[in-house]
Every structure is written in C-alpha cells, then in structure tokens.
Write a protein that binds this ligand. Structure first.
Ligand SMILES: [Zn+2]
Length: 72
C-alpha cells in the first residue's frame, strides 16, 4: 500500500473539484450577463437591476408570474 499514491490521488481530486467550481462560476457569469434583458420582452417595462442580478430573466416580475401561470 502506498501512502504517496493515496495522497497524490487526493490532491488531484481536490484540484479537479476547485477547477469545476471555477468552471461553474464562469458559466453562471456568462449566463447572467448574456441572458438578462434590461427591459421586459413582454411589456417593455425596465427590469429592476436587483432582479436581473439575482437570476437571468427576460421579463419583469408581473409578466414572469403570469407567463409561469400560463404554463410557459
Ligand atoms: Zn413585463
């Protein structure tokens, strides 16, 4: 049994985990900046910045709610 190998495998696993975290963070950033609209695509009202920062969205809250209720 080699403890050196076990330590190496742990180090690699740890590094991969960190890389995955960074990768996911990059994807999230790309989605958030790329998909949020500044104005609602349904009614044209400006979407509050806080809402756009929280989740990628194309509609204002009232429109989003009614679209979700309609099954979209
Ligand atoms: Zn709207």
């Amino acid at each position: 049994m080699s403890t050196a190998w076990a330590g190496g495998a742990d180090a690699i696993a740890e590094r991969m985990e960190k890389m995955t975290e960074l990768f996911v963070a990059e994807i999230r950033k790309a989605i958030y900046t790329g998909e949020s609209a500044s104005h609602c695509e349904e009614c044209g009202e400006p979407i509050p910045e806080a809402r756009r920062a929280a989740i990628p969205c194309k509609y204002c809250l009232p429109c989003q709610t009614s679209l979700e209720r309609a099954g979209n």
